[in-house]
Design a protein around this ligand. Structure first.
Ligand code: GLY
Length: 422
């Protein structure tokens, strides 16, 4: 199988590493990739948000399967263009990708499927903002205001705050730039990311993971695209996982089919386990970053065959997934000032070790690896348990040098110390 992966993050680096372990994968290509993925896949620089450009590349490479990593090409219809050209694609259609591309659409699907999610209200007129804020947030007995960009925002369009002025300023800023705002009630409880390979009504869950969205230890500072993750979740009972699949993901997949927007690809359920049970924070239409880096490091089943089964309509008969015992932790190394405008162009050393996945990196003409974005590397450690995985990840991190960089020191710590309970 010749596989082309679309994207340039550590998620795509993890996908390529797992695809490389599949004996049926004989050729790996990536577009556009980064300095790390160049070592394991042929690299092509095309405009990945253009359907015709991706189709032309896949045809040139005679790709049997294209795996689309990021949400933007999916929301723009790149998977549709590939399928129209007769090329198997792992990733949903533009229509189905609205589950991530429009929070209003996702809320509508969830309401129709009877799935528990935060109460919400769309505000698209600044004149309605103050009254809407008064209906949400602490005065109504909640812990905080949750203010989201209705469209795609790479994880950074969300502000969760107990300060009304901060909530108002964020919402007003979004409205000023023409973006509708989603106000939501705050969901209290530990968060779970559950990735499911989905084809129509067939749902195959991967290991549950938890990611860390705030930039600083103990969940301090602003939201980011994700600063680390661990899997599996020792505090999540198996019956809650079954409940998430049976009462949330399967009904949503069925609802998408019944509206003629069948989902084929990776359906990512972001949930909070509240006192009333699992409740959806968001759905995404692709693998999550950085959870994928941890989850795929434990996958023993052949990833290329799994994704190809979803892309070609044979997922229902795929073998039961096999996983390595133990745990995995990924820690993101971020550039100075991230999640603000990151400093770029710094030389990185120690990034070529096993378990170091690249995101915002490029190779300079003199051969040096340099930083090119906010999230620069993901360091993955595995071990017999979370303690062992944390030790492996944080030990590997000591060999990496990137001036001005920062990372969280508490990824997976509360779970390892048994401090998360339902
Ligand atoms: N882990 C957050 C995301 O991928 O959106």
């Amino acid at each position: 199988m010749r596989v082309l992966v679309i994207g340039s993050g550590a998620r795509e680096h993890a996908l390529l590493l797992a695809l490389r372990r599949d004996p049926q994968v004989e050729q790996l290509a990536v577009a556009p990739g980064n300095a790390g993925t160049a070592a394991i896949a042929e690299q092509y620089d095309v405009d990945i948000s253009s359907g015709p450009a991706v189709v032309a590349l896949a045809q040139r490479l005679a790709s049997d399967l294209v795996v689309v990593g990021p949400e933007v090409p999916l929301v723009l219809g790149v998977a549709d263009a590939l399928r129209a050209a007769g090329i198997a694609c792992f990733g949903p259609s533009k229509d189905a990708a609205r589950i991530e591309g429009s929070k209003a659409f996702a809320k509508d699907v969830m309401a129709a499927a009877g799935v528990r999610t935060a109460a919400s209200e769309i505000v698209d007129n600044p004149a309605n903002l103050d009254a809407a804020l008064n209906r949400f947030g602490p005065p109504a007995g909640q812990a905080a205001w949750v203010v989201k960009d209705d469209g795609l925002a790479a994880g950074k369009g969300v502000v969760v705050t107990a300060d009304r002025d901060v909530a108002r300023a964020h919402a007003a800023g979004l409205l000023d730039s023409g973006h509708p705002v989603l106000l939501e009630s705050f969901l209290d409880g530990p968060e779970v990311s559950l990735f499911c390979v989905v084809d129509g009504e067939t749902v195959v869950p991967l290991l549950p993971a938890q990611d860390f969205k705030r930039v600083g230890d103990n969940d301090s500072g602003p939201n980011t695209g994700g600063m680390g993750a661990y899997t599996p979740l020792p505090w999540l009972p198996a019956q809650v996982l079954t409940q998430i699949v049976d009462e949330i993901v399967k009904p949503v997949a069925a609802e998408m089919v019944s509206r003629g927007s069948a989902f084929s690809g990776l359906l990512y359920a972001g949930l909070a386990i509240t006192s009333a049970g699992p409740s959806v924070v968001e759905f995404n239409c692709r693998f999550g970053d950085p959870e994928t880096q941890a989850v795929l490091s434990l996958l023993e089943s052949p990833l290329g065959q799994l994704l190809n089964a979803a892309a070609t309509g044979t997922l229902a008969s795929f073998e039961e997934l096999r996983w390595r015992d133990g745990a995995a932790v990924t820690v993101v190394v971020a550039a100075e000032n991230y999640p603000g405008r990151p400093r770029v162009g710094d030389v990185i050393t120690g990034s070529e070790a096993d378990g170091v996945l690249h995101a915002g990196t490029a190779r300079r003409e003199d051969g040096a690896v340099v930083s090119t974005g906010g999230r620069v590397l993901s360091v993955v450690g595995t071990g017999a348990d979370l303690d062992g995985a944390r030790t492996a990840a944080y030990t590997a991190l000591k060999s990496i040098k990137l001036p001005g960089s920062h990372f969280r020191t508490d990824i997976g710590l509360a779970a390892a110390e048994g401090r998360i309970s339902l």
